[in-house]
Design a protein around this ligand. Structure first.
Ligand SMILES: [Fe+2]
Ligand SMILES: [Fe+2]
Length: 313
């Protein structure tokens, strides 16, 4: 039996010194209120994306002000994932080739990734493996989206990339208790979300949704994060995209692409995501899911490359 610590240590975010809180509900409140702000450049980009007067040049100008973001955009634009015919050497050209929305989403993902990155060695689970799972979910989601013509193709990859972000938040800012969650998940072969609910009373999907809302991310990204374990409760307008990401999450776990937090087996056709998709896109019932899963081997390189870029490689 695993005993919960009487006092839970929470790393201080504002002063870096740390503090102790006994009541986990209060701690969760603190987690949310102390979460780091999203970098200014992302706020500007999201505003520009909403502004019908902004054009490719204004988006490129915002990105060009931040050298590390510019570098990330160029790396991602030149990655195997996009397979562009020519080398992309400038941010202007990257925006022209990939479009304003896609480029903004690259920046949003890189910004979230950097803002939440814990110090090396302080994490409970391997972050490399965690992000590999996230990238795999994004890559697979995009492939399902293309295969079935379901979901928002501009945002789906980035939804996959960020869907489990609540786990990183919990591990970073509620470290002691999350270590127990991971231990229980392994020892009892539970889905991670069940261990979270039992021990914390809250789960990474809700926490992830809260941070996305706090950061004022596009509503579709919020919904993917919030409902990827609960597609049935998702608002109707975002359900197709959320269902595709949720199915991709399952497939990434079945194929053992990285570490999704748990390795519990599932019958794909029994999942809420599959049932929701079968209603929206009946073609999925005729799809050879087994073959689709086997063919995913070919995405391995894309996953490794993207994971390396996000990790600052
Ligand atoms: Fe999840
Ligand atoms: Fe996941």
């Amino acid at each position: 039996m695993i005993l919960l610590p009487e006092r839970i240590y929470c790393r201080g975010i504002k002063n870096g010194k740390g503090y102790v809180i006994n009541d986990f509900a209060k701690k969760l409140e603190a987690v949310i209120s102390f979460l780091p702000p999203i970098p200014m450049i992302i706020i500007e980009l999201l505003k520009a994306l909403d502004d019908e007067n902004s054009d490719m040049n204004s988006i490129a100008r915002i990105i060009a002000r931040d050298p590390s973001m510019s570098m990330n955009v160029l790396k991602v634009a030149n990655s195997a994932f996009y397979r562009l015919p020519n080398k992309v050497a400038t941010v202007d050209y990257a925006v022209k080739m990939l479009g304003v929305k896609e480029i903004t989403m690259i920046c949003v993902s890189c910004g979230a990734y950097q803002a939440l990155k814990p110090p090396r060695g302080a994490e409970t689970f391997s972050l490399d493996e965690f992000w590999k799972h996230s990238v795999a979910t994004g890559v697979i989601a995009k492939k399902i989206c293309q295969e079935l013509s379901v979901g928002d193709k501009n945002i789906i990859y980035f939804g996959g990339l960020l869907h489990d972000v609540g786990k990183v938040v919990l591990d970073r800012y509620a470290h002691d208790i999350y270590r127990i969650v991971v231990q229980v998940t392994h020892e009892e072969c539970l889905p991670m979300i069940d261990a979270e609910k039992r021990i914390i009373g809250e789960s990474h999907d809700n926490i992830g949704g809260l941070i996305m809302e706090k950061w004022k991310f596009p509503w579709l990204l919020v919904d993917i994060t919030k409902y990827h374990h609960n597609v049935g409760e998702c608002p109707r307008e975002s359900r197709p995209t959320v269902a595709v990401c949720a199915l991709a999450d399952q497939l990434a776990r079945i194929r053992y692409f990285g570490f999704g937090g748990d390795m519990s087996g599932v019958v794909l056709t029994d999942t809420e995501a599959f049932k929701a998709l079968a209603e929206i896109a009946p073609a999925i019932k005729d799809m050879d899911v087994f073959k689709f899963v086997c063919d995913l081997e070919s995405v391995n390189d894309e996953i490794l490359e993207m994971e390396k870029i996000l990790n600052g490689g």
